[in-house]
Design a protein around this ligand. Structure first.
Ligand SMILES: NC(=O)c1ccc[n+]([C@@H]2O[C@H](COP(=O)([O-])OP(=O)(O)OC[C@H]3O[C@@H](n4cnc5c(N)ncnc54)[C@H](O)[C@@H]3O)[C@@H](O)[C@H]2O)c1
Length: 255
């Protein structure tokens, strides 16, 4: 019950890593607000977790490309649960592998809108509430922010922007009692991962190759990322801010 009587927003919480976060926070007794465009999957998850308890899960229709809607959904969350203690900026997309020559500037701006501008906007509108609770922000970046990724320059840049924002915001908001950290997963078994593999000529061998990048020979489960987010959202991490926590199963070792 490490998150009892506290409230977290998880953007993109209906499936994948976000759903893993929602499960972990709900199991820790928290109030969880899912912000997602897929409200059907979100409500299915909420119904399951509300039946199991002890946490409470509510779903808010929110396309994170719409910053005014993010602001409104944050106010709706505080009206519903009374306070805000943590924001997990997780919603994001990964386009198919594309060389720079074939990436239009419109594609780039579109990707920044979903993966980065949403992160900035949600932080901006959450901060007035987080000041009241000495709350935390967790940004779902990626190991691509520090390692790069083949034919994914636009995606990696959005993840790098999230990491830089994390550090600058930690400096700005630390004196106000708010901690800001990022989580950098390597490869997590999610619908996004499987969609990405499906764009390649041989999806099964792509998933095998991606699994073998980690020293454990497997991808992370979404809940393994969720547990790191819970750690970053509680006093257990009270002296950690501005960090990019590499949750990568050893993928960057053993060159
Ligand atoms: N899967 C991985 O291996 C991996 C690795 C590193 C980082 N990440 C990051 O983790 C995050 C989640 O990835 P995932 O693999 O769980 O993805 P996913 O596609 O499985 O789930 C993403 C969720 O975000 C929601 N979403 C998408 N666009 C949205 C929008 N405009 N507004 C609101 N919600 C929206 C989807 O409906 C879905 O519920 C992303 O930011 C991704 O960059 C994933």
């Amino acid at each position: 019950m490490r998150f009892q009587n506290r409230t977290v927003i998880v953007t993109g919480g209906s499936q994948g890593i976000g759903a893993g976060c929602v499960r972990v926070f709900a199991e820790a007794g928290g109030n969880v607000a899912i912000f997602d465009i897929d409200t059907v999957a979100g409500q299915r998850l909420a119904d399951e977790l509300n039946a199991a308890g002890p946490g409470r899960v509510a779903v808010f229709a929110c396309d994170v490309r719409d910053t005014a809607r993010i602001a409104a959904a944050i106010e709706e969350t505080v009206a519903e649960f009374g306070q805000l203690d943590c924001l997990v900026n997780n919603a994001g997309v990964h386009p198919p592998a594309t060389p720079i020559d074939d990436t239009s500037i419109d594609d780039l701006e579109h990707l920044f809108r979903i993966n980065f501008v949403s992160t900035y906007a949600a932080a901006k509108y959450a901060v007035p509430h987080l000041r009241k609770t000495s709350g935390t922000i967790v940004n779902m970046s990626s190991m691509t922010a520090v390692l790069g990724q083949h034919q994914s320059s636009a995606y990696a840049a959005t993840k790098g922007a999230q990491l830089s924002l994390t550090k600058a915001l930690a400096v700005e908001l630390g004196p106000q009692g708010i901690r800001v950290n990022a989580v950098l997963p390597s490869n997590v078994d999610t619908p996004l991962m499987r969609q990405w593999a499906a764009t390649l000529p041989d999806p099964a061998s792509a998933l095998k190759r991606v699994s073998e990048l980690q020293v454990f020979g497997r991808m992370a489960a979404p809940e393994e990322i969720g547990r790191v987010c819970l750690f970053l959202a509680t006093e257990d991490s009270s002296f950690i801010t501005g960090q990019g926590i590499e949750v990568e199963g050893g993928a960057s070792l053993d060159y």
